[in-house]
Ligand binder design. Sequence first.
Ligand SMILES: Cc1ncc(C[n+]2csc(CCOP(=O)(O)OP(=O)(O)O)c2C)c(N)n1
Ligand SMILES: [Mg+2]
Length: 905
Amino acid sequence: MCRLTNDAFLRKLELQRNPMTKMDDAQRQDFTAQVAEWIEAFDDVVAEGRELGTELLEALRQRAHEAGVATPAGVSTPYKNTIDKDDEVPYPGDRAMERRVESLIRWNAMAMVHGQNKKDAGIGGHISTYSSLATLLEVGFNHFFHAKYGEQPGDFIYFQGHASPGVYARAYLEDRLTDDHLKNFRHELRDTPGLSSYPHPWLMPDFWRFPTVSMGIGPLNAIYQARFMKYLENRGLIEKTDRKVWAFVGDGETDEVDTLGAISLGAREKLDNLIFVINCNLQRLDGPVRGNKRIIDELEGMFRGAKWNVIKVIWGSDWDELFAKDKSGLLLKRMEECVDGDYQTFKAKDGAYLREHFFGKYPELLELVKDKTDEQLGMLHRGGHDPAKIYNAYKQAIEFKGGPTVILAKTVKGYGLGSAQARNATHSEKKLADDGLAAFVKRFDIPIPEQAAKDGVPYRPSQDAPEIQYMQQRRKELGGYMPSRKVPAIDFKAPGIEFFKEWLGGSGGRSVSTTLGFVSVLRALLKDTTVGKLIVPIVPDEGRTFGLESVIRQVGIYAPEGQKYSPHDADMLLFYREDKDGQILEEGITEAGSMASFTAAGTAYSNYGIPTIPFYMYYSMFGFQRIGDMAWAFADSRGKGFLMGGTAGRTTMLGEGLQHQDGHSLVLSSTIPTCVTYDPAYAYELAVVLQNGIKRMYEDMEDVFYYVTMYNEDYAMPAMPEGCAEGILKGLYKFKAAEGEAVAQLFGSGPILNEVVKAQEILATKYGVPTTVWSVPSYTEVRRDALAIERWNRLHPAEPARKSYLETVLEGANGPIIAASDYMKVIPDGLSSWLPGRLVTLGTDGFGRSDNREHLRSHFEVNAASIVGATLSKLARDGKFDGGKAQEALSELGVNIEAGDPARA
Ligand SMILES: Cc1ncc(C[n+]2csc(CCOP(=O)(O)OP(=O)(O)O)c2C)c(N)n1
Ligand SMILES: [Mg+2]
């Protein structure tokens, strides 16, 4: 243990003394003597045991509180390793073997990126993130990362996305990837197997589990993954194990609000299965993360404040001896004088520079290193490159109980890359100059000819080489290779359509909303003896908005500590119930956190072998546009489940105005390839969609997920017309035929379908224009089908053309098509290429307003009057109706032709 002498310590205190304390010199001397006695007494206690020291301090702190003495919050500690040298256990591995393996991985990672950029300039890739992370990962791979726990899958690891070359290089040495893989790094569209740039389960479903490369997504998902793991344990769905969630995070990445925004959940829910390792290489892409400060101090403060167990791994073992020798306290003082910009410079320059500019400030420090050569000084390690320090940190992290741990590991970006080390441009370094490569091979002792080194040729010793045997043995003992993703066989039978009978029959004239319809389906599903336990309702504090009170009572809100208070409504039927095995994830106001829970639950089928079915209900406006990137990563993860966009529709969500009224989430959902979107008008449509969705995702194991809108307008739900189930799923079906031959077709969806039905009535009775009404629960699905058929036709010009569903179903349906919805016009417009000259679209382009539905629908021109007007107008343009009469009709209907365009208003 390095400890200052009592005198040196007192001198340090003297420097920091509080200027507000008024004392004359004699009083000061007395007081100093008193402090010296206290310190001596304290030292005696610590000598008996450091825990006793902690206890004594805590007692003093409490006493100070009682006496009204201010005590500093103290969230950061000196700039040195948290784990004292004396508390370290010896390294259990074969250091020489591990060093050898690590060198080979370093080489192959670099060779892969370098070689590829030589072949295909500009293809990209990163070498410096992994070079800083290598030892942090290797200690994990050799000693900590379990691939399984008994029958259960093992630890979950969120890798820094830009370190993927190193992860591939390890799998290559393990003989899991071939030379062809490496040759095809970032060449995914060739004949032989390719390697994706970053962790993408969509592209490499047997390898990667968690997409991380969009900064902030990995750490956020990791927190909620650890939480979901405890949720499954507490609900008895999986057995309790020692499994951990490890998240490797960049220090620059911590600037993302997503990275740190949810850390308080970790401590609140005592997630001792969660370990963050922050790779503090002090750099991001452009330059230093905190040039004028120290990122480690800042992060320590944040995590300590959030009550995480913080372990700093700043200095390597070679500094221990210097700290032990330094009784003046100047070494630590000097370190605390330097900012990260300095530390970056020290590593970008050499040992002589360090001697002059770091140690040189104080003669005592120069003296301290007088026996070391410049080269030795240049090689002094940072903690994150020292296996012994890392091992001890990881060991304490996995043994720590009662909360999450963060390891702040100081590293060097571009470690070992010679002139590319710790420079501002290091992040974007793709290749080294030929000389740099030759030097690298020499430094890391890679036995390949110079030319092969310059060409970046991978090198893999045979599988019986001792170092390879060693690494294989280590993985064998830890249960197998990682990363690896295997989807366990799932035995699941979806409820049949008969289960949903109640919702297919209509509401018997009662006015209800599709949201209410959904909640009653959810309640029924939760009660079902087979699927019930698998349902995971998720809400970001909008449960009441959607009428979930009864569900809260029925299955309870998950609260790992139970309900420690008696809720004020305890005597009511629907009281606010929290429970240790509660089923609802009530996340509070965090859509990003809720999406992370949705991701954990939506991928549990592959990660835990438990096909949980998440229903994430939220304000549709605060969905894709708020957490779009998380939704994209969810799809990449092959996530399943239902996103239920409540309070949907720009004119149906009344009163709330511009920031709340969603008329575009359907556009955003359509951008995600695996997202199946529905915009149901009636409860039976919703029921058919939910039944089919559960079946497709969990029985047929399709890697898709659903976005379904839910509205809050009450109206009578009709019974399902005979034979329309297939049409609902395909996205378009005839809802109400014309009396007589229709001269126009009316498309409607969501609650606007009711306006369309009204318009049909007015057109027929007032203007003698018969029309047919079609319900369009999914323009997105209709369009995707039409696009696929069109592509087939384009690629097979010699064969008879195929017909899309749209063309088939509209056969014989003549005249213009007027499409109205509560969403932007671009949604129906997606069908226009197959309906040449026929389609007129009404939609809710533009900012919302606070008003009631009647005024909103009139403003956005999606009410019955506007639909009638649009139909007559189009018929007039087509020469099928008198233009003057159409104009007259518009004013009769109350359509204000002088109003400003709502799309720009
Ligand atoms: C959301 C997002 N924004 C920007 C980027 C581009 N980007 C990739 S790596 C990087 C710097 C990463 O720095 P750091 O987190 O410190 O990781 P390091 O490479 O230093 O280990 C940036 C800005 C990204 N991947 N994701
Ligand atoms: Mg960094």
